[in-house]
Design a protein around this ligand. Structure first.
Ligand SMILES: Cc1cc2nc3c(=O)[nH]c(=O)nc-3n(C[C@H](O)[C@H](O)[C@H](O)COP(=O)(O)OP(=O)(O)OC[C@H]3O[C@@H](n4cnc5c(N)ncnc54)[C@H](O)[C@@H]3O)c2cc1C
Length: 366
């Protein structure tokens, strides 16, 4: 089968690496450069933490974790284990975090619920907090390097990776006049029996090219890099109120906002949005939570868009248009889940995907 993957972020490249080793003829088309859009904007946390996790979500994540462990063994990519402290500001959320520990542990994730008094050992002021879910196994990676490495694996496995090429249309005049037959690009036409939409926040634009309507919205992901006097040692700290603090290699942290709530019809222009003044003016307020950040200043900022689905699970699988497959809507976990998404796509094409994965991730499930 001739397959065109649209998008060279972590999802498209993971799929290309996975499909490169099959009998398919695979071409990945990326408009700019590999891993330089949402993937580069992300915090790079390989997440073990989860609130109200279902057994399926934990199994899917475990699959990604196992693949990463095997893949990283074969590469020079390094990760840093920092852990995550997910902090409750209300008793109700504390109950949800506490209830999440057991399912996490049952799936092999090291997890414990800590009273706020214990936060001080992580450099977090307990004032105003009820308690928190601590998962020491969360790791940090450099997501663009991971995507570039996936692209290298794809090439080594026989796939073609084209950058600086934009898909401008998807043709659906194939089998019976309704199946995918190829893509138009600004560098000419590519024939394809299958087109995979891995276009991240641009996924809806691709869907519209073939008349597929799927529930995807955007949320803003502002980030600010704060410089402090000394390195900040401690876990990623995520507040119930969505702000989070992520340690870096140097003397400082990144501050971000973790917004994953689906808002019907909420769409932003991924190329036009910038970080709001309000976010920048309040970013250094995290010093009230992490006192070692007292006096830290904003040195850089950037923004990415999360592509969010109503149930927080990605859309992976076939659509109503024959040959048009989607791998989008990663809802803030694309770095964590990329290899598992790639497996699900490969198994969908091979007809071997299990019923639960198909139905849980089906683009048609809503
Ligand atoms: C601020 C922020 C922090 C995050 N932190 C984390 C985290 O810590 N851990 C985690 O697991 N997840 C995190 N995420 C989520 C994660 O970054 C995304 O889920 C993931 O990067 C999505 O990857 P992608 O390949 O789908 O999208 P992208 O990386 O955006 O790739 C899509 C690619 O498609 C290309 N493209 C689009 N249209 C076309 C076209 N017509 N022709 C050719 N190419 C096209 C684009 O140029 C782009 O490179 C975060 C997200 C944000 C916004």
């Amino acid at each position: 089968m001739d397959i065109v993957i649209v998008g060279g972020g972590i999802i498209g490249t993971a799929i290309a690496a996975r499909l490169g080793g099959t009998d398919h003829d695979v071409t990945l088309v990326e408009r700019s450069r590999i891993g330089e859009e949402t993937t580069a904007a992300s915090a790079g946390i390989l997440m073990e933490t989860a609130v109200d996790p279902t057994p399926f979500d934990l199994r899917f994540r475990e699959r990604a974790r196992e693949s990463y462990a095997e893949l990283f063994d074969r590469s020079s990519i390094e990760t840093t284990r920092v852990g995550t402290l997910y902090v409750a500001e209300t008793p109700a959320f504390a109950d949800r975090l506490e209830d999440s520990t057991e399912p996490l542990r049952a799936n092999g994730v090291e997890a414990s619920f800590l009273p706020a008094a214990e936060f001080e050992r992580f450099g977090v002021d307990p004032e105003g907090f009820v308690g928190g879910l601590y998962t020491p196994g969360d790791e940090l990676c450099e997501p663009t390097a991971v995507a570039q490495w996936f692209a290298e694996c794809a090439r080594a496995n026989g796939a073609t990776v084209r950058t600086g090429v934009t898909v401008t249309d998807i043709r659906t005049d194939g089998r019976d006049g309704i199946a995918v037959s190829g893509v138009e690009t600004d560098a000419g036409r590519l024939e394809a029996d299958c087109v995979i939409n891995a276009a991240g926040p641009w996924a809806t634009e691709l869907n519209e090219m073939v008349g597929v309507s799927l529930p995807l919205c955007h949320t803003l992901g502002p980030m600010a890099a704060l410089e402090a006097d000394d390195p900040i040692e401690g876990p990623v700290t995520i507040l119930e109120s969505h702000r989070y603090v992520r340690p870096t290699d140097g003397p400082g942290v990144w501050v971000g906002e973790y917004l994953t709530e689906y808002v019907d019809g909420q769409r932003y222009d991924p190329s036009a949005e910038t970080v709001s003044d309000e976010f920048l003016e309040t970013a250094s307020d995290v010093a009230e939570i992490v006192p070692a950040l007292e006096g830290a200043t904003v040195e850089d900022d950037w923004l990415g868009l999360r592509t969010v689905t109503p149930d927080g699970r990605p859309l992976v699988g076939e659509t109503t248009v024959d040959g048009f497959v989607v791998a989008c809507g990663l809802t803030g976990r694309g770095i964590t889940l990329a290899p598992a998404v790639a497996d699900a796509v490969a198994e969908t094409l091979a007809g071997t995907v299990d019923d639960e994965t198909r139905s849980r991730l089906s683009p048609e499930r809503f």
